[in-house]
Design a protein around this ligand. Sequence first.
Ligand code: PLP
Ligand code: COI
Length: 354
Amino acid sequence: MNITEQKISIEKVKQSKINQVDFDNLSFGSVFADHMLVCDYKNGKWEAPKVIPYQPIVLDPSSKIFHYGQSIFEGMKAYKDANNDTWLFRPLENQKRLNVSAKRMAIPEIPEDYFMEGLKTLLKVDEQWIPKNEGSSLYIRPFIFATGQGFHASPANEYKFIISCAPSGAYFSGKVKVLIEEKYSRSANGGVGFAKAGGNYAGQFYPTQLAVAKGYNQVIWTDDNTHEYIEEAGAMNIFIRINDTLITGPTSDRILDGITRKSILEIAKDENIKTEVRKITVAEVIAAAKDGSLKEMFGAGTAAVISPIATFGYRDVDYDLPENEDSMATKLKKRITDIQYNKAEDPFGWRYKV
Ligand code: PLP
Ligand code: COI
């Protein structure tokens, strides 16, 4: 069945909560728009999606999400421009990646029209929730989880696909200080690191708590085998500038194929910035920090956009990154956000009007 916007039923809230929201002081992902899109998978197929008031979900205690963690998600944003038009950024990449995650976690894939028409319908209903303030946007969280019941350790036969939205400001406030992790791993070859599976993030919390207790904000993940290679920064891809070359690791079983990452690589080429996609060792970064050729490190992701790293710690030594007048992070962040907020030309065709 093809989904057109007409087939998506809409039940609106009796009373909007929007007047309770301080749009000038938004944190990240902590207040939620009035509505959500819900779509159930039963009897081997996805049922018609519907927009309903944002509300709690009732689940049986034996639902497999609770026991076996069959759950995946995406992160995307909607932006308002000066004409009050609404834009998404490369939304089909999120839809495709949700299905990459679905396949790995034995979850049924969501068809493109269910995802896109459902999302557009929801955004039209909750349009007022898209912040207009500089630097703010509507963070969109599509997710699928197993509602099917039973303690048998096998894939569920029922699932729920939900999209909920949170008007949000910056993910990080202030300078980011990270710790290079050598004991714990985020992912492994043959594992699920390339999928946005909920458990990947749960597994990160404990090592991150240990880093936070030492005064850091995030962990820099290294490869699980040798811990010699730099892989990701928390829930962001990582970029390292040595002299005038911007380096990021290749995507793999262990590294998420970030949409911000691949967009930055294309923008950098367009800006004639030299880029290298290759494995990068901790030793190389330490040597570059010592000889002054390490100019910048930054994390890249939808939630955090581009987050410059001010300091990184490794084996009880902190290394401060220099302040750069010609910061690549600043330049690339401006280019990508100008495209996202429809403030500049989009030669790549990434912007998507809702
Ligand atoms: N790496 C991880 C582990 C993530 O969770 C995310 C967030 O989505 C990213 C990288 C960045 O990906 P994207 O730019 O598509 O948001
Ligand atoms: C995103 O950047 O959208 C993410 O999904 C990261 C998230 C864990 C906040």
